[in-house]
Each structure stands twice: as structure tokens, then as C-alpha cells.
Design a protein around this ligand. Structure first.
Ligand code: CA
Length: 667
């Protein structure tokens, strides 16, 4: 067998792609009543054999056939038989070595993804699937990050035992706390909360969990079969069609409640280097350094070579497949900084072509875990290269996150809410979603559509753990509300880890990827006990949808923010909140983020200012709509002459006026 360096030289030679680039999207297995076809791309193979099995594991092949070599390094086998539900794998002979491999393009698989499965996808559609529609585009992207098993594992979820921790749990639209019939959990809770997207942590087939073990747990960032759903969330992991049907059912159930679905995708690395990729086209899909050592910018043992033509096609086709076959409404790219900007933009263009501009959400982590051997000339999709990405490719904004509560790595470091110094500038840039003049900062976004504004995700400590670690007990809840009040009123799309709104804790653990499900599961009792905080989030979500000045995703949205002021622990600004049709109730907003203990004096331009939310109550705007709202300054805030008042300490204050911002004297 050739060495990695020799393979690399072979693929890098310009004649390779000229001879072997295969542009059609028919690789893998297609199957239906009229017959079944298998196609595998393996230019270096001397021979390829197809094995057919009755089961996903165990019994030997009932048939082996030699595949025919075809154009561009594609091996083919076609039969008039309908092989739906038949499992298969390949034996590929390269440089005289014969290796068994699954199909990298498989759309179905047996238990633990070891054997691929021929599947007629039509026969996996749940009833009603043809009527499933993407919910209308929401006024704001409010993304709730969820792990399938964590979601319903706990008995408090009220989901019947046999469906806890599975895709099926999503099909219960009226579950309640321990089945008490009163307090909503799971999907009914989410609907009530007002989030507009659920981001499912990996639901493609990953390798770190034995699908037979019901209580095994992993986040799932270890892909085995990119185009097959994970089996451990299925009620029948051994039946390759069940996982497909059940994931579709989950998507359909979310859609039925008006919630869109984002899929977390991990194209930057595979579980092992010894993957189907490697076994079919050695070293083509992976990056190596000049001396042949394996590039490991993912810190997971390998980096997928997204810049290679067939690899880029693979990733693109995979995304399009999930969008089309599973009705996914968005994609979150893990370690997007390991992929290249050209590919991300191409995925954006192809999705736009099929579904409309920006209709499918696309965003990712604009960083890597280490250096990667990306081919020279390719531009990594890192934060510093945001200017090379389409305005509708977004990134997680760690700058806003860190300005809020301090670095997630240097946990001694504090942010704006927990007593950090010099965070005000970052908070203000965060408010404008890092758009506007670029001077004095590392990067600039083209538009708020490029920014995911968030405080916590599955990585690092939960917000509650971080707060309880860094501030005195009597301030815990206040600080959580302050944090939510800030980032949920910043421009950009909004994102939160499930349970952030009800004080989710992992006992301080900052990386629970393989911790027991008992630590990771959502505790629905906590959601009830901490309903005050959850209600505060809920009010902010609802208010947000009424504030076009913050939801605006166009490139000039940042110019809506005016009269920004900062002082240690204090940030304030006005927002032009007019919408296109001039129908916004509040034409101008005034926001104060006060992280000081003391109330802060505020002087406002002459106008009637209605109180929309403060550090205690995020639903005061409802009183305004109902005609019973209070005008600023309220009794408790009167401090100065005329209209002057004080913004209470440790909280946000959100005011709205019906006067247009241009009619006001804002300095
Ligand atoms: Ca699996």
C-alpha cells in the first residue's frame, strides 16, 4: 500500500481530478420497485465486490457480486430486483489489499452503522409526510439547542417510558410534568416558550455509542455515516428503516408546532481515520502535512479535506439531501473554520436556488481546535475571513459571549455581568451585531444575518454554573436576567442552550460530552421550579418579535442604533424601531444595561416613554398594549428634574416611545 505522501502526490497532480471528477449526484444506492443500483466512487480500486445481507449484523452475505468499472472511477452494479431493506457492504481491492467497507454514500444502515442498507426512501415516509411544510419564516431566529436523548430522558418529562430519549418523544405535543396534565414539558413547553428553531445536536449516525445500550450517552460529534440518522435514538436500532421514519416523524412534529429544525453537522472530521472514506479512496478525503503526518485541526484525530473537489461535492450533496429528504430548515456547522469559504458559499448558493434566498439557515463555529493542512489557496471559514462569506452564512459570536460573562477558557476572567472591566465596548458592538465601521476591532460582520448572538451552548459551563461560580448568591438570578436581557436585545440571530432559561446545571462540568445521561438530561422539575426565570426569557422572546429595529438583518441595520453611551458597568443606546410599513407601535427604543449595583441616572429626550421591560419583568410591554402600562420614570425611579430618572442597578431597562427617532434630540 502506498504511503500518505504518495497518495497525496497522486491526488494533487492535476490529471487526477481531470480524469476522475464525477459530477453526478447518483452515488450510493438507489432502490425502488423497478430495481436497485449501486455506485461507488473509487478510482484507485483494482476490483470492487458487493456483499448483500439479510441483516444489519451477524449472518454472512447471501450473495457476492463483482462490480463493473465505469466512467470516472465509479464502480456499478444494477439489478431489476427491489432490494429495499437489504443490507450491503463492499470489499475494495487497492494496491493488492482487500478491505471491507460500508458505503460512504449510504442512506440507510444497520445497527451501529456497520452495514449499509438499500432503501426506497418513499417507503420510509411517515403518514402525513407529503403534507409536511416548513413553518413560515419567523420574525426572528430564536434557536434552542437540543440533544435528542437529553430532551425527554428524565421521567419528569411525562413521556411514556418506551419513548423517552428517542425521536418518538417529539411526537407528543401535550406532554406534562410527570404526566400531571398541567405543566407543559418537551414539545408543548417549547411551543409555549416561543422559540422559532430547534437545533438538534448530531442526529446523523455517529460511532461513540453502542446503539443497543439504552442509557449510553454521547453528544455525537463523531460521524460514521453522514447521510443516515443515528440509531440510538430510534425505538428499533436494528431496523434500518425505523430510524429514518422516526427522525422524519420528529421533524414533522416540530413543524406541526410551528418550530423549524436546524441540524448540527460535523463534516470537519470523522470518528476514526479508518473510515469508509479512507477505505474507498485512501487519503483523498483527509488532510496531511507535507511529511505525511495527519492534520488534526479538529483535535479529534483527523481533518476532512473540504477543498478537494469530490469531498466538497460530497458535503454539498449531503446538506442538500438532508434539506430535501428530511425537510431540515437549517444547518449548524461544527468547527466551520476547518472548512473553506468557497464551499460554504457554494452550499449557500445551492440552498438559495432551491428554497429561496436565506430561507435555510446556515451558520457555524468560525474556529478550529488547532492548525489544519488546508490546501494553499483555499480560505478557511474562520471569523477573520467573515468578509469572504456570504451575508447569509452566520457565525457563533464568541466576542459577545465573552464580553457578557468572560472567556470560557480562562474561567477566572469576568465579563460585563459578573464584574469584568472594559467589556462595555464589546457589549455595544454586540448590540450592533459587529456591523458598522471596522476600526479598532478584529472583525466586522456584513450584516446581522452573519452573527449568532448567544451566551451559552453545549460546550463549556452552563450559564447558571458560570454565574454561580463567579458572583455572590444573592445576585445569581439577577445576573442571569441581566445576561438574558442583554443578549436577547442584541441584533443578530439568537441562540441558547436548552434549559438555560430554567437554571440548567451540569454541576459545574465544562465538557459533558460523554458524561452520564443522568447529568446531561433536561430536568423538567427544574423548569417548573424555576418558572420565574423561564417566564422572563419567554417575555423577552415575545417582546423581541415586536421590535423590528432589533430583528432587522439587512446590512444597514447597525445605523438604527444611535446615541450609544458607555461608562464602567453601564451601556445605553437608542434604536430606530420603525419597520417597513411604519406600523411598529414603538418607533424608538431606549435600552440600558446596568451591571452596577447602584441605579444609574438617565436623561432622555422629551417624549412619552413607555416601560417595556425591566430587570424583574419582561412583559410590561403587554400592559402598554393593553393601555394600563406605566410611563417612565415610574414612582420608584424618579430621581431628577423633569423627565430624568434612574435605571435600577443589576438589570436591563427597555423603554419605547411612539415618537420617531429623527424627531428627537439624541446626543
Ligand atoms: Ca450510531
Amino acid at each position: 500500500m502506498r504511503t500518505a505522501e504518495e497518495w497525496n502526490a497522486y491526488y494533487t497532480d492535476s490529471s487526477f481530478e481531470k480524469s476522475f471528477f464525477y459530477g453526478k449526484s447518483d452515488l450510493g444506492c438507489s432502490c425502488g420497485p423497478d430495481g436497485t443500483g449501486f455506485r461507488l466512487w473509487s478510482p484507485p480500486a483494482q476490483a470492487v465486490y458487493l456483499n448483500l445481507y439479510r441483516d444489519g449484523e451477524g449472518l454472512p452475505a447471501f450473495r457476492q457480486v463483482a462490480m463493473e468499472p465505469g466512467e470516472k472511477g465509479v464502480w456499478k452494479y444494477e439489478t431489476s430486483e427491489d432490494l429495499h431493506g437489504v443490507y450491503y457492504d463492499y470489499e475494495v481491492v487497492i494496491d493488492g489489499e482487500r478491505n471491507r467497507t460500508g458505503d460512504p454514500y449510504a442512506k440507510g444502515a444497520g445497527i451501529n452503522g456497520q452495514r449499509s442498507m438499500a432503501v426506497d426512501l418513499k417507503r420510509t415516509d411517515p403518514s402525513g409526510w407529503e403534507k409536511d411544510r416548513r413553518p413560515p419564516r419567523p420574525v426572528e431566529n430564536i434557536v434552542y439547542e437540543l440533544h435528542v436523548k437529553e430532551f425527554s430522558w428524565d421521567a419528569s418529562s411525562g413521556i411514556p417510558k418506551e419513548h423517552r430519549g428517542t425521536y418518538r418523544a417529539f411526537t407528543y405535543t401535550d406532554s406534562t410534568l410527570n404526566g400531571d396534565g398541567i405543566h407543559p414539558t418537551c414539545l408543548s413547553y417549547l411551543k409555549n416558550l416561543g422559540v422559532t428553531y430547534v437545533q438538534l445536536m448530531p442526529v446523523f449516525d455517529y460511532g461513540s455509542v453502542d446503539e443497543r445500550k439504552k442509557d449510553a450517552f454521547n453528544w455525537g460529534y463523531d460521524p460514521v455515516n453522514y447521510n443516515v440518522p443515528e440509531g440510538s435514538y430510534s425505538t428499533k436500532p436494528g431496523d434500518g428503516t425505523a430510524r429514518i421514519r422516526e427522525l422524519k416523524e420528529a421533524v414533522m412534529a416540530l413543524h406541526s408546532q410551528g418550530i423549524r429544525v436546524v441540524m448540527d453537522v460535523v463534516y470537519n472530521h470523522t470518528y476514526h481515520l479508518d473510515s469508509w472514506f479512507q477505505k474507498t479512496v485512501p487519503w483523498y478525503y483527509y488532510r496531511t502535512w507535507e511529511d505525511g503526518t495527519v492534520s488534526d485541526g479538529s483535535a479529534c484525530g483527523n481533518d476532512v479535506a473540504s477543498e478537494r473537489a469530490m469531498c466538497a461535492s460530497y458535503i454539498l450533496d449531503s446538506v442538500l439531501y438532508w434539506a430535501e429528504e428530511y425537510h431540515m430548515d437549517g444547518f449548524r456547522f461544527d468547527l466551520m473554520g476547518l472548512l473553506d469559504t468557497e464551499l460554504m458559499n457554494r452550499i449557500r448558493r445551492e440552498l438559495d436556488k432551491r428554497y429561496g434566498q436565506g430561507e435555510i439557515l446556515l451558520y457555524g463555529e468560525p474556529w478550529a481546535a488547532g492548525h489544519t493542512a488546508m490546501k494553499s489557496g483555499a480560505v478557511p471559514a474562520l471569523k477573520k475571513n467573515l468578509c469572504f462569506l456570504d451575508a447569509n452564512v452566520g457565525v457563533f459570536c464568541d466576542d459577545t459571549r465573552n464580553a457578557l460573562k468572560g472567556s470560557v477558557i480562562e474561567t477566572e476572567e469576568r465579563g460585563f455581568i459578573n464584574g469584568g472591566e472594559d467589556c462595555e465596548e464589546g457589549i455595544l458592538w454586540g448590540a450592533a451585531a459587529w456591523c458598522g465601521p471596522a476600526s479598532g476591532r478584529e472583525f466586522r460582520a456584513k450584516a446581522p444575518s452573519q452573527i449568532i448572538t448567544y451566551a451559552t451552548s453545549h460546550d463549556n459551563q452552563t450559564l447558571w454554573d458560570r454565574i454561580t461560580d463567579t458572583v455572590p448568591k444573592d445576585l445569581w438570578e439577577k445576573m442571569n436576567r441581566l445576561c438574558a436581557g442583554i443578549y436577547l436585545t442584541c441584533q443578530g440571530s439568537l441562540f441558547l442552550l436548552s434549559g438555560e432559561e430554567f437554571k440548567r446545571t451540569k454541576n459545574g462540568m465544562d465538557n459533558s460530552y460523554c458524561a452520564p445521561i443522568g447529568l446531561n438530561r433536561l430536568d423538567w422539575k427544574l423548569a417548573w421550579e424555576n418558572r420565574g426565570l423561564a417566564e422572563y426569557y419567554r417575555g423577552l422572546f415575545a417582546l423581541r418579535k415586536k421590535l423590528p429595529g432589533l430583528c432587522d438583518k439587512t446590512k444597514d441595520a447597525w445605523t438604527r442604533i444611535r446615541g450609544a453611551k458607555k461608562a464602567p458597568g453601564l451601556v445605553s443606546f437608542f434604536v430606530d424601531n420603525e419597520d417597513e410599513n411604519g406600523s411598529a407601535r414603538w418607533k424608538t427604543l431606549f435600552l440600558v444595561y446596568n451591571a452596577r449595583k447602584e441605579a444609574a441616572p438617565i436623561a432622555l429626550p422629551e417624549a412619552k416613554w413607555e416601560v417595556l421591560a425591566d430587570g424583574e419583568n419582561s412583559r410590561l410591554w403587554e400592559d402598554q398594549e393593553g393601555g394600563s402600562g406605566k410611563v417612565w420614570p415610574r414612582e420608584q425611579e424618579r430621581g431628577g428634574k423633569g423627565g430624568a430618572g434612574k435605571a435600577p442597578g443589576y438589570g436591563v431597562l427597555i423603554l419605547g416611545s411612539r415618537r420617531q427617532i429623527d424627531e428627537m434630540d439624541i446626543r
